[in-house]
Design a protein around this ligand. Structure first.
Ligand code: MG
Length: 314
């Protein structure tokens, strides 16, 4: 019987090198020629409405709404929400959707445990295993969305070392590693720490997100800016998109609920500035939280309709 690694080699996925992201962009250009906008969805948005036996049908509904690609959530035990990587990929293919990214957090240490030399190998072991699994999806990006325990500059720098190592590992399968923020990344930390995390009142020290960006290798780690959580961190996402254009290559397009309804997000400027940084700045994913509302398919549809009607979205 062929083992998983042989299967990957046979399928060529472990030898594609850095080609994968270009493949995704090439496919998107083809889609754009048909007059369709290139709009992704973070599947976490649908919560239990997209699970188990509902997935195949749900993915088809998303394609009909106008979504072109997906960022998955729910990786665990070699599967996505209990569905094998190969089966998930086939269902996406059948629905006409491209899987371009996946969110996942290391499960080999507790979320409350700080990154250190002592658990470095446990963390890199996770990324090795996860990379083998994600190579089956042919996915160009793997993104960590969860902030590790940090309350000092040194803690954040230890995380940067693991991110660089993760980037090295994923690259071997042609996959780009990335990090996705919430609001706590915009808190400031000082050398030695103050034992209070998160501290939104701190005015001294360095912002965690800035330490991550400047402490990681651009060849190994990219950033996916969640624009809503950036605003909730009391920051202007447009400033970050422009200041770190070489590092922020993907966005989470999110509002308090359905896109455009709160009036608090300046999506027009967000999109204009993001697109202005070149052809490799086109990947974004709609995200709608409150995932157990029972109304998520409707909210995801209302959200894409806002983007389809917006002339600033390509
Ligand atoms: Mg997000």
């Amino acid at each position: 019987m062929t083992n998983r690694r042989d299967f990957l080699k046979g399928a060529g996925v472990l030898t594609l090198g850095a080609m994968m992201p270009e493949i995704a962009v090439a496919k998107s250009k083809k889609t754009a020629k048909k007059g369709k906008k290139y709009i992704g969805l973070q599947t976490y948005s649908l919560g239990p409405e997209l699970s188990g036996s509902n997935v195949a049908e749900g993915l088809k509904r998303l394609q009909k709404m106008g979504y072109t690609h997906l960022e998955l959530a729910g990786y665990g035990k070699g599967k996505i929400g209990g569905i094998s990587m190969a089966d998930y990929k086939k269902m996406a293919d059948d629905a006409g959707l491209i899987i371009t990214s996946s969110h996942l957090n290391p499960d080999t240490i507790a979320r409350s445990e700080k990154y250190s030399k002592a658990n470095f190998t446990k963390l890199t072991d996770f990324w090795k295993r996860a990379t083998e699994d994600h190579a089956i999806l042919g996915v160009p990006f793997m993104v960590q969305p969860g902030l590790p325990a940090i309350d000092s500059i040194e803690d954040a720098q230890a995380v940067c070392e693991v991110f660089n190592a993760a980037g090295d590992i994923t690259k071997q399968a042609g996959i780009q590693f990335g990090y996705h923020n919430h609001n706590r990344e915009f808190c400031r930390v000082v050398a030695g720490g103050k034992g209070k995390n998160p501290d939104f009142t701190a005015r001294e020290g360095r912002q965690i997100e800035e330490i991550f960006i400047n402490g990681t290798d651009p060849a190994k780690v990219i950033f996916e800016l969640d624009v809503y959580w950036t605003v909730m961190g009391c920051q202007d996402p447009v400033e970050w998109i422009d200041k770190y254009a070489e590092r922020i290559k993907m966005l989470h397009i999110k509002d308090r609920m359905v896109l455009g309804q709160s009036g608090m997000m300046n999506f027009e400027q967000i999109f204009k500035h993001f697109y202005s940084h070149g052809e490799d700045h086109k990947n974004f994913y709609v995200e709608v939280e409150d995932v157990r509302s029972g109304k998520q398919f409707q909210r995801v549809e209302d959200s894409i309709n806002y983007l389809l009607a917006a002339d600033f979205v390509k």
